[in-house]
Design a protein. Structure first.
Length: 275
């Protein structure tokens, strides 16, 4: 039996074990995928311990360990390097590769919802780890222009500078002065803050909804989130929660471990039906 796990703190809430169990079933793979709680300062210890077990093929990493995992692995994919975070560890014998599938998960879920990113103008709200984690994949998908809005402007500026290091002039800071131009329009707004978890909205101009953009909230519970509801009240009709991103990032991880790409639609449906 092959073993994998997800590291986190807290970890009780994680849906990864059920998602990967359903993927494994699709290919008759005998996989035991478990939750591993780690103390806040003990990711490396916990990872060493897990991978000393026989038949461990890899792991997922969630809050707050994505940066610790970046330091722990032996090598990094370009996505992980640019995202500054590792959410997937792939074991190749005694080598541990670090990758990041969050961005691909978001892009693939957008595709599942009929959104092709080629040439789009995107507003990303938030400049923390979640925002940073998805920017490389958005760029790679052919986005035209990325604007980053954040409560603390300095973090938005730092993120934009870093992003432009990989692709010149694709990213700009969206600030108060930009509000007047907002009418010209965003095609897609991504809420990369976790504010919806607390029923809160980012303080951002309503003008961003003028162009009836597609709206994506990385939070998936409760759905529709307050951000999606607000977009809806401005006439936006394609408002998407983050559940599909969760399933799609898992699918990419599963693919990296097993070389088989699972069918995500029915797993997404299963999660919706078994909340
Ligand atoms: P994560 O890794 O999940 O992105 P994070 O690094 O703590 O978490 O970042 C959270 C994001 O939500 C940040 O962009 C944060 O804005 P600040 O950089 O100004 O802190 C944003 N955020 C959190 N609480 C917020 C609030 N009450 N209003 C607006 N933005 C908020």
């Amino acid at each position: 039996q092959t073993m994998a796990c997800v590291f986190g703190n807290p970890i009780e809430q994680s849906k990864s074990p059920i998602i990967h169990a359903l993927f494994a079933e699709q290919f008759d793979i005998d996989l035991q995928y478990v939750k591993r709680f780690a103390e806040a300062d003990a990711f490396a210890f916990s990872a060493d311990e897990f991978f000393s077990l026989p038949n461990t093929i890899g792991a997922n990493v969630t809050m707050p360990f994505k940066h610790d995992a970046l330091k722990w692995v032996s090598s990094l994919s370009s996505q992980a390097k640019r995202a500054g975070a590792v959410n997937t560890i792939i074991r190749k014998g005694s080598i541990f590769e670090g990758d990041n599938t969050d961005g691909v998960g978001l892009v693939n879920d957008l595709k599942d919802h009929g959104v092709d990113l080629q040439g789009l103008n995107i507003l990303v709200v938030g400049a923390g780890g979640a925002a940073k984690g998805v920017l490389p994949a958005l760029i790679d998908a052919g986005t035209n222009q990325l604007s980053v809005y954040n409560r603390s402007a300095d973090k938005a500026i730092a993120l934009v500078n870093e992003t432009n290091h990989y692709k010149d002039n694709i990213a700009t800071v969206y600030d108060d002065a930009a509000y007047d131009e907002a009418k010209e329009g965003f095609d897609l707004i991504i809420n990369a803050t976790s504010l919806s978890l607390y029923g809160k909205l980012p303080q951002i101009s309503d003008l961003v909804f003028s162009n009836k953009p597609v709206v994506y909230d990385m939070v998936y519970q409760p759905s529709p989130t307050v951000f999606m509801q607000k977009a809806n009240s401005f006439g936006c009709t394609n408002n998407i929660d983050g559940l599909g991103m969760l399933v799609n990032q898992a699918a990419q991880s599963f693919y990296l471990w097993f070389g088989h790409y699972p069918e995500v639609g029915k797993v997404h449906q299963y999660l919706l039906a078994n909340k």
